[in-house]
Write a protein that binds this ligand. Structure first.
Ligand code: ZN
Length: 151
């Protein structure tokens, strides 16, 4: 990686750390005894399922005119007809939200989201797609986050 998109944020953080007294007077200081689980490892705990579910719902809403493939429901099999225009439950899990939707979700779900803009995250997702075309959705989101300095 030759680009450093998060350089401005590092500077921002170091500014804050010069003023430790800001934390002492924080109203949250009363819960110091609990381990700092809520900061730091937040990305690992991020649940991408609601985002994928929302994308699936949206897709289904846009395709209400189609019927379910009878080979899969009630057939219980997996349709192998490439020309079949019906809805295939076996393939619904492959529906992915757009990079913009993903970026908006990440920015709203992350406690440190205020340091990111949707545009920055969206660009990171697009770059990750180019670097790793074979990655699945979740893998790609995590790789993009890592490129932004998150884990
Ligand atoms: Zn089918």
């Amino acid at each position: 990686m030759s680009r450093e998109p998060s350089q401005g944020f590092i500077h921002y953080r170091s500014l804050l750390s010069q003023y430790p007294s800001l934390h002492i007077h924080s109203p949250l200081s009363g819960i110091q005894h609990s381990p700092a689980k809520h900061s730091g490892s937040s990305f690992d705990q991020l649940d991408l399922k609601p985002l994928k579910l929302a994308a699936t719902h949206k897709w289904l809403e846009a395709n209400t005119s189609r019927c379910l493939c009878q080979y899969e429901i009630p057939g219980g099999g997996e349709c192998r007809d490439l020309d079949c225009q019906a809805i295939h439950p076996s393939k619904l899990s492959a529906i992915e939200p757009s990079d913009k939707e993903t970026a908006e979700y990440l920015c709203s779900a992350m406690p440190i989201g205020s340091q990111w803009t949707v545009e920055v995250v969206k660009t990171a997702l697009e770059e990750s797609r180019q670097r790793h075309p074979a990655f699945d959705f979740e893998h790609r989101v995590r790789e993009a986050a890592a490129s932004l300095g998150l884990r």
